[in-house]
Design a protein around this ligand. Sequence first.
Ligand SMILES: [Zn+2]
Length: 100
Amino acid sequence: MLRIPCPCCGLRDETEFTYNGSAEAPRPTDPEDGAAAAAYVYFRANPRGWHAEYWHHAQGCRRWIKVIRHTVTHEIAASGWPDEDLPMPEAAPNTGKAGR
Ligand SMILES: [Zn+2]
């Protein structure tokens, strides 16, 4: 289970949150551009590594947050409000395994 640091409530269990997808895909600005809207809704990357994501603290403060999570190890490098620019780690996460 993930322990997600909510900027409002502190470290909380993943079960209190709802995942809402990538925070990296830019939201289309032209409401008449159906192709851009379809691409935004249906075509998402499935990255291996660090990923910026939106989470909703549905069973807590009910606020939206942004989380930088590694998609393989689930390590969380940072969290903040959706409009914050969070630092994206460049190094591999600490997997707890020595060498490989
Ligand atoms: Zn919260």
